[in-house]
Write a protein that binds this ligand. Structure first.
Ligand SMILES: [Zn+2]
Length: 362
């Protein structure tokens, strides 16, 4: 019979340190599962009984899904298995969630999806995480402990051990964390969050070349207040500069003008003027999160170099021409990387009828 170390904060700290020192990750599941558990504690999605905080597997699965959904659909963060297939959670998202959905609401998450995710957690990670950071036990729907040893080698071993106890993995309804460990988590939350995110970013950086990955991780778990919007004044200046004509279709924008991130915001995660154009509502809506064809890259680069543009938008810089040239180089690099990122993912057919000028997108 196992017992979680609850004697002292030092013991608990050692357990967590152990987790962060375990060799390099082979997937992002472990840090994300730990994030999910911490998130449920933070949001009070726990039931407390007998000095134990019970977190339902359903709640863990839902957070797990939402986090991966953002990484995948919103930020195009790739994750492949060793066989170069999409990881299971991405396949679940593809199968059950409409590909046009970019924001996931609770009402979109069916019981069937939750079951699929729990299955993936049981198969891949829930017992392995416990091996590395030993702070929870498994419980059934009656809140009775399912006493498993700490060392569980693999899925087969896990199933075998459950069978000996006459339990099916589906019957694991909760994980239970003792009071003292929850207290430790609450007290050390900033450092634990930072350590998990760093761990995750290190892993993801190996397979993704996208800017601001660390901020995207924060945004995906809702802890980053994004500043996406361009100020109304700046938008007004930009539209006046464009004579109220849409950057893409050239038509008069009148009061439908919108500020558009040329390299999509969800890729760049920044709102610098050299990447912003005024677009009509229709073009902005069609472009959405996509990359447009190269002639528009040339067009925005030329615009950034124009003397009047520099005068209006970079006026406080003495080196505005040099600055614009450098920003254009950065813009082009981001454009190419973003394109590559979308192409590599081959995620959707992004062909969009964009009037005469923009015939297709990548
Ligand atoms: Zn337009």
């Amino acid at each position: 019979m196992s017992s979680i170390p609850t004697d002292s904060f030092e013991d608990i700290s050692t357990e967590f340190s152990h987790y962060f020192q375990v060799g390099s990750l082979t997937s992002s599941y472990k840090p994300v599962l730990l994030k999910s558990i911490l998130f449920c504690i933070k949001r009070g999605k726990t039931q407390r009984m007998r000095d134990i905080h019970f977190i339902s597997m359903d709640n863990i699965a839902i957070y797990f899904l939402k986090f991966y959904f953002s990484l995948y659909r919103r930020f195009n963060i790739k994750q492949l298995t060793s066989k170069n297939n999409k990881i299971t959670i991405y396949r679940i998202i593809d199968r059950y969630i409409d590909e046009e959905t970019t924001k996931l609401y609770d009402r979109d998450i069916s019981d069937e999806i939750v079951d699929k995710i729990k299955k993936a957690l049981y198969r891949n990670v829930i017992y392995l995480l416990r091996q590395d950071s030993y702070f929870y036990e498994f419980y059934d729907s009656h809140h009775d402990v399912i006493a498993l040893p700490r060392e569980i080698k693999d899925e087969q071993d896990f199933n075998h051990l459950l069978k000996k106890l006459d339990v099916h993995r589906r019957e694991i309804a909760f994980i239970g964390i003792p009071d003292k460990i929850v207290l430790f988590i609450e007290m050390n939350r900033p450092i634990l969050d930072a350590a998990i995110n760093a761990n995750l970013a290190l892993f993801l950086e190996k397979i993704n070349t996208v800017p601001n990955l660390n901020i995207k991780i924060l945004a995906a778990d809702g802890s980053f207040d994004e500043i996406r919007n361009i100020s109304p004044l700046l938008k007004e200046k930009l539209c006046a500069y464009q004579n109220d004509c849409c950057f893409y279709c050239g038509k008069n924008m009148s009061d439908t003008a919108e500020a558009d991130h040329f390299v999509p915001y969800n890729y760049l995660f920044d709102s610098q003027i050299w990447n912003i154009v005024g677009a009509c509502e229709k073009c902005n809506g069609k472009k959405s999160n996509h990359v447009v064809q190269e002639e528009y890259l040339r067009k925005i680069q030329e615009r950034n170099l124009e003397e009047e543009f520099r005068h209006v938008f970079f006026q406080d810089r003495l080196d505005s021409l040099e600055f614009a040239q450098n920003m254009n180089k950065i813009l082009e690099q981001h454009y190419r990387n973003c394109l590559l990122n979308f192409k590599l993912l081959k995620k959707r057919n992004l062909s969009v009828d964009f009037g005469k000028e923009i015939s297709h997108m990548y």
